[in-house]
Design a binder for this molecule. Sequence first.
Ligand SMILES: NC(=O)c1ccc[n+]([C@@H]2O[C@H](COP(=O)([O-])OP(=O)(O)OC[C@H]3O[C@@H](n4cnc5c(N)ncnc54)[C@H](OP(=O)(O)O)[C@@H]3O)[C@@H](O)[C@H]2O)c1
Length: 249
Amino acid sequence: MPFNFSGKKMLVTGAGKGIGRGVAIALSQSGCKVYAVSRTKSALDTLVEEYPSIVPIEADLCNWDDTRVIIEKLEALDGLVNNAGIGGHDYTALECPRDYLCKLLDNNLLSAINCSQVVAKKMIEAKVKGSIVNVSSIGGLASFSNALPYHVSKAGLDMATKQLALELGPHGIRVNSVNPALVTTPMTQAYIENAGESVFIERCPMGRIIDVHEVVDPILYLLSNHSSMVTGQTHVVDGGILSNITVKI
Ligand SMILES: NC(=O)c1ccc[n+]([C@@H]2O[C@H](COP(=O)([O-])OP(=O)(O)OC[C@H]3O[C@@H](n4cnc5c(N)ncnc54)[C@H](OP(=O)(O)O)[C@@H]3O)[C@@H](O)[C@H]2O)c1
């Protein structure tokens, strides 16, 4: 889908790999000035080698205060994509330890709230009618075994989306979630190699897992003026998985 983001400035978190990298590249190719935040320097280095106009920012978003200092130095932005996140399905709900729960919430929920606070305040000051997109998951809307912290973090992110949409709407700032099912990325590589995707394919009317560009396009739509009255939504990208009880007829 062709988008024109010429003159726009946006921040993408978790831009070193996977979906975030895809968003950063697509925005840059559409004329946007992109600030790309990620934890691992080598991934940012290769991104900037390929797309020299992208501005790399090496940071661990779990560091609340350091993150605020870094983002506060940026100019007022038109868009923010809270994409950084980690997976995790290592414990049953009854065995999950506190540290693990906190790690998932820090990475997947609190980091997004923190970035949204700083970016949105600057948008309001500069009277920018911006857009924030949170990369959530169908895991925010339905459960999967041994993944209580991941699901709680994404359900929390979806609620943060609605809350921020309510409070930022009067300033012309929109906030939405994109909720994908299984996407082929470095995060899911090992899982897919062990045939974990079969359970998703069985439930999926479209009969396959998702390519990165199929999540990137809806994110770009929500960042763009094409979605100018869409806010507070969870935009599911799942090939129909959540729409059915079973596709076997
Ligand atoms: N792939 C899927 O099937 C799927 C499905 C639904 C939702 N999602 C969501 O989509 C988002 C992106 O997933 P992905 O599959 O593209 O993951 P990925 O391939 O693992 O890429 C995630 C990127 O985010 C960065 N990151 C993670 N935590 C960070 C932190 N605390 N500070 C800074 N950067 C951080 C990672 O940095 P490092 O390089 O240092 O690890 C990496 O560059 C996540 O929020 C995930 O929950 C993914």
